[in-house]
Write a protein that binds this ligand. Structure first.
Ligand code: FES
Length: 500
């Protein structure tokens, strides 16, 4: 039976000769945007070893140069022998971090790892020089069992050996990326792997029971840091390598936020600042060196364009920005070709333009028809606008309530750090126009992959580690918005688009 090897995750599986590649890849989380018609190019894979016949659809959709470089369409081909393929979707744009961090020189190297629900990002750093020796990014392979954290929790609880499969998928991928980083850098002195992620990622990686996270009041089974030997994870690394999943803060506020606090320094300064991670689950931290509050709020998948009728990741063909010039709408499309869909930041930009031009009213309804053909074939429906309102309403309400609890106003916020991919690419002024961000846009700072940067700081600075790993979690007060009776009214108040 031929073997199929899939990169960059290093998944290896035996396959039957003649099986269709799409049947094999679909359960592994590869998407087929045009439903396998061979027209969109979204299922591109690159042939690294072996043979895949070129079909007429491939000749139509791919250029000669792309075909020569080994690109094929997974939806139009069958396996005839051993294959090694690069899956383009798995290497889709994932936010890394190039920041050079402060460090205490000592021998060896370490890996900092951001375990996101959708994407994984890992960096190998030299502990002697602080230099970044390598970067690997990939999609989280757990996506085959669900795109968001609640679906994964459900899969863990309801599917046969769901929790075991989810653990082995993420451990396998993290181990493969780590081994690849070390191998590529030719280093034999790996000291530690520092991982961070939201509470569900923390529990699933560690084999910790996620049942308490499946219902109100969404309490984690444990907040503690999880420590492993490589053997316990099935990793082929020297046994002395320390593997640590950083501690969580509370509820759905995980160690990615803890690392984000370390990276942005908000817990060290006198001025009041906020850290927002705008994903399916929006996490919010508010504080300074005296006091820190944290909360999470279910924003839904709109910021990742997950529930948008023509939503897609920020990959080639995604509308990322919408302009209104000389009486007409113009779209910026990633990759410069024709539009295939719209990503989260593109959605915010489009709706901001629609508000400015009166195409959408303050209540979120189209003023002229039921949908908007933005750039053929990409259209936005009334339901899409509603999803964005729900997401931005949840974030704005969460921050308002934390400020209220603190006894501070929006004006007293010195800085607001936006972490994560959406926060990095969204146009801050457009987010302000829609009421997603209610503070002066000039105080908003895109923080990139703050979680990865925080994990790197923790890897590089052993003397500050206690402060971040032991003191910080105990200093942050977790505020449960689910049980706050004011949340619903505040949320409803935040749904409309302001007049700006
Ligand atoms: S799914 Fe669209 S080309 Fe394959």
């Amino acid at each position: 039976m031929p073997t199929l090897r899939l990169l960059p995750l290093g998944v290896e599986t035996p396959v039957r000769t003649g099986s269709s590649l799409s049947d094999i890849l679909f359960p592994l989380g590869v998407e087929f945007p045009c439903g396998g018609q061979g027209t969109c190019g979204g299922c591109r894979v690159r042939l690294l070893q072996g043979e895949l016949a070129i079909s007429p659809e491939m000749r139509q959709t791919l250029t000669d140069e792309e075909l020569r470089a080994g690109w094929r369409l997974a939806c139009c081909t069958r396996v005839t022998g051993d294959l090694t393929l690069e899956i383009e979707q798995w290497t889709a744009h994932v936010l890394g971090d190039d920041t050079h961090c402060a460090f205490e020189p000592r021998p060896g190297c370490a890996v900092a790892f951001d375990v996101g629900t959708t994407t994984l990002a890992a960096q190998l750093v030299d502990l002697e020089t602080g230099a970044i020796l390598g970067v690997r990014t990939a999609l989280n392979p757990q996506a085959v069992l669900g795109a968001d954290i609640m679906t994964r929790v459900k899969a863990a609880l309801e599917q046969r050996d769901g929790a075991g499969r989810l653990a082995s998928l993420i451990r396998g991928a993290a181990g493969a990326l780590t081994a690849d980083l070390v191998r590529a850098a030719g280093r034999a002195d790996l000291r530690a792997v520092w991982l961070c992620g939201n509470t569900v990622m923390h529990h699933l990686f560690g084999g910790v029971d996620v049942e308490p996270l499946s219902h109100v009041p969404f309490e984690p089974s444990t907040l503690a840091a999880l420590r492993f030997t490589p053997r316990e994870l099935g990793w082929t690394l020297p046994e002395q390598v320390e593997v640590v999943f950083l501690p969580c803060i509370g509820g759905f506020v995980g160690s990615d936020i803890l690392a984000g606090i370390a990276a942005t320094g908000i817990a060290e300064r006198e001025e009041l600042a906020a850290l927002l991670d705008l994903g399916t689950n929006g996490e919010i931290v508010l504080g300074n060196r005296h006091r820190l509050l944290a909360a999470s709020t279910a924003a839904g998948p709109a910021f990742e364009a997950g529930c948008i009728s023509m939503g897609m990741r920020a990959a080639e063909g995604a509308i990322t920005h919408v302009y209104f010039r000389d009486g007409a709408f113009e779209c910026r499309v990633l990759g410069g070709g024709g539009p295939r869909g719209i990503c989260g930041s593109g959605l915010v930009s489009a709706v901001a333009r629609a508000r400015q031009t009166g195409l959408i009213g303050p209540g979120g309804r189209f003023t002229n028809g039921k949908e908007w053909l933005l750039a053929d074939p990409v259209r936005l429906t009334q339901g899409d606008i509603r999803q964005l309102q729900l997401a931005k309403g949840a974030i704005a309400a969460g921050l308002r309530l934390l400020l209220e609890q603190w006894g501070a106003s929006l004006e007293s916020l010195h800085a607001v750090y936006l972490a994560g991919a959406f926060g990095n690419y969204v146009d801050v002024t457009d987010a302000w126009r829609l009421g997603l961000l209610e503070m002066d846009p000039q105080r908003v700072v895109p923080a990139g992959n703050a979680a990865l940067r925080g994990a790197k700081l923790i890897a590089l600075n052993p003397s500050a580690r206690d402060r971040w790993l032991r003191d910080l979690p105990s200093r942050v007060v977790h505020v449960s918005l689910h049980t706050d009776p004011r949340f619903q009214d505040t949320f409803v108040d935040c749904l409309a688009f302001p007049e700006r």
